[in-house]
Design a protein around this ligand. Sequence first.
Ligand SMILES: Cc1cc2nc3c(=O)[nH]c(=O)nc-3n(C[C@H](O)[C@H](O)[C@H](O)COP(=O)(O)O)c2cc1C
Length: 271
Amino acid sequence: MSTLTALELLRQRASIREFTNTPVPDHMLETVLLAASRAPTSFNFQPYAFVEIRDPQNRAELADIAGGQTYIHSAPVLLIICADLARVRRWCGFEPRTDPIMDPDLLIACVTDAALAGMCASLAAESLGLGTVMVGGIRNNPPRVAELLGLPQGVLPIFGICLGFPAERPRARPRLDSALCIHVDRYDAQLAMTAAEYETHWLRSPDGEAPSVSDVESWRDQLARGAKRANRLAPDLAKRHEQTADGSGHAVHVETMSLIGNLISTSLRGR
Ligand SMILES: Cc1cc2nc3c(=O)[nH]c(=O)nc-3n(C[C@H](O)[C@H](O)[C@H](O)COP(=O)(O)O)c2cc1C
């Protein structure tokens, strides 16, 4: 087992998208999943489910749904991390009219917990010498993913994690200078830089190096792809956002979360 400390691991880590064919031993996967279950979780609900996808046909279709990301197909292990609101509903005895999926705060809590567990799984895997990449692309078509995985209503696919022994060693990718993200007492709007300012002043490798031209280009490309994907679950959300805007912004965001909750549950119900 690697002797890297958590801090060293975090400093060095990078998403891995090329894997060797060596299978991941069962005991390693068990260790990874056990580590995931040690993540903190609201009310100790543990509202998540990990689905390991072994069926090659399902793998191929998931890769397709995620926009042709080949490593989904080729990684030795693929886990789909789901937020399991159905379990919370069962355990807490919610009545049907108080569907927890319609509760934006509960939705945030369950998705957060699922993400934290996924991150613990990923870090545990990396500490064992495995490589990982998370795959949000599976949310391009949640109803179809739910169908492929047999997810009941209230179990929402959040992201995938590809796992395997790395066949590449990318260097740690640059991040925002931490000064841009850290506020004291109150949010400092002065720190809200444009992407162009970020490119010239703030993009840094973990060692404080300025970014290379290709770093900047790939970041620009990621932003452009991210912008295109915004609202992929609810194309009309921006319009509703405009209509409900009350000036403060907060109510609009709660409305947005609620809409997303409704939308996901409706799309899962409608399958
Ligand atoms: C929730 C989540 C979803 C992601 N989805 C994808 C994805 O669909 N495809 C992909 O290649 N990388 C995906 N990534 C990986 C990011 O692109 C990557 O973390 C980011 O570019 C920073 O690079 P690094 O992890 O090497 O530091 C995802 C990461 C997260 C946290």
